[in-house]
Design a protein around this ligand. Structure first.
Ligand SMILES: NC(=O)c1ccc[n+]([C@@H]2O[C@H](COP(=O)([O-])OP(=O)(O)OC[C@H]3O[C@@H](n4cnc5c(N)ncnc54)[C@H](O)[C@@H]3O)[C@@H](O)[C@H]2O)c1
Length: 251
């Protein structure tokens, strides 16, 4: 029987990360479900185990060097050396530039960019040892610019440059790195945005859907499906790419 491969999905307690974790488990990976609070990962872990898969819940802050080092070490020793990493953890702290605090700038850059850097640096040694790896980073259509999101758009554009550099540096070890740039996906993140702008989530989604060529907003499963492809063995010649999963063309 083929040995189970280990995947880490960050920010996997809910939303897109939870769906990606469940999909990768269904694809046959043992999945480390990583999020800030270990207890919060139980919903995703239980869903995977109930469906016959293998998962472990890990509490860690991706923006903290020590926390990341401990988490990846624990995953490698207790669960299996990771050869797949999905950098999905994220936050928003939206505001117009003139009202944006340094704290909110640093928080967003910290989770997305520093977090992806720390997680990837800690995980790549296992991939290099295995001479095989798949890295998927969550960017966003906001990388192309979005009002009220100077911090988030800078982070998500940064994820694209980071991804391309990983592809160049790590390719020789059989490791690919790609980014998924989702458009509007129905999660608690977009629900919170609707609340912040004073709209009902239903109205907010309807307005977004009207501007999307396929006529609907995205679901976490749309992203999970793309991640499943990018981490598959057969996708080994696809690297350094940014795939917009947004119901229409973006760049
Ligand atoms: N929802 C969308 O429309 C959309 C669009 C484009 C990109 N994205 C990106 O997709 C990813 C997932 O988004 P979502 O909508 O599922 O968000 P979400 O808010 O529902 O989930 C994000 C998860 O990340 C976790 N997290 C936050 N900070 C963390 C940290 N420091 N360490 C570990 N975990 C942390 C949260 O606890 C949460 O479980 C994010 O990177 C987001 O920027 C989302």
């Amino acid at each position: 029987m083929a040995q189970t491969k280990t995947a880490i999905v960050t920010g996997a307690a809910r939303g897109i990360g939870a769906e990606v974790a469940k999909r990768l488990a269904a694809d046959g990976f043992g999945v480390a479900v990583l999020d800030l609070d270990e207890a919060a990962t139980a919903v995703t872990v239980d869903a995977i185990v109930d469906a016959g898969g293998t998962a472990i819940g890990i509490g860690a802050n991706v923006a903290d060097e020590e926390s990341v080092a401990e988490a990846v070490e624990r995953i490698a020793t207790e669960f299996g050396a990771p050869t797949v990493l999905v950098n999905n953890a994220g936050i928003t702290r939206d505001n117009l530039l003139f009202k944006m605090s340094v704290t909110d700038w640093d928080a967003v850059l910290g989770v997305h960019l520093r977090g992806a850097f720390l997680m990837t640096r800690a995980t790549q040694k296992h991939m290099v040892e295995a001479k095989y790896g798949r890295i998927v980073n969550l960017s966003s259509t906001s990388a192309l610019g979005n009002r009220g999101q100077a911090n988030y758009s800078a982070a998500k554009a940064g994820m694209q440059g980071f991804t391309k550099t990983l592809a160049i540096e790590l390719g020789r070890y059989g490791i690919t790195a790609n980014a998924i740039a989702p458009g509007f996906i129905e999660t608690e993140m977009t629900a919170a945005t609707a609340e912040r702008v004073g709209a009902s989530f239903e109205d907010f989604k309807a307005i977004a859907a009207a501007a999307i060529p396929v006529g609907r907003v995205g679901q976490p499963a749309d992203i999970a499906h793309t991640a499943s492809f990018l981490v598959s063995e057969g996708a080994g010649f696809v690297s350094g790419q940014v795939i917009y999963v947004a119901g229409g063309p973006k760049d």
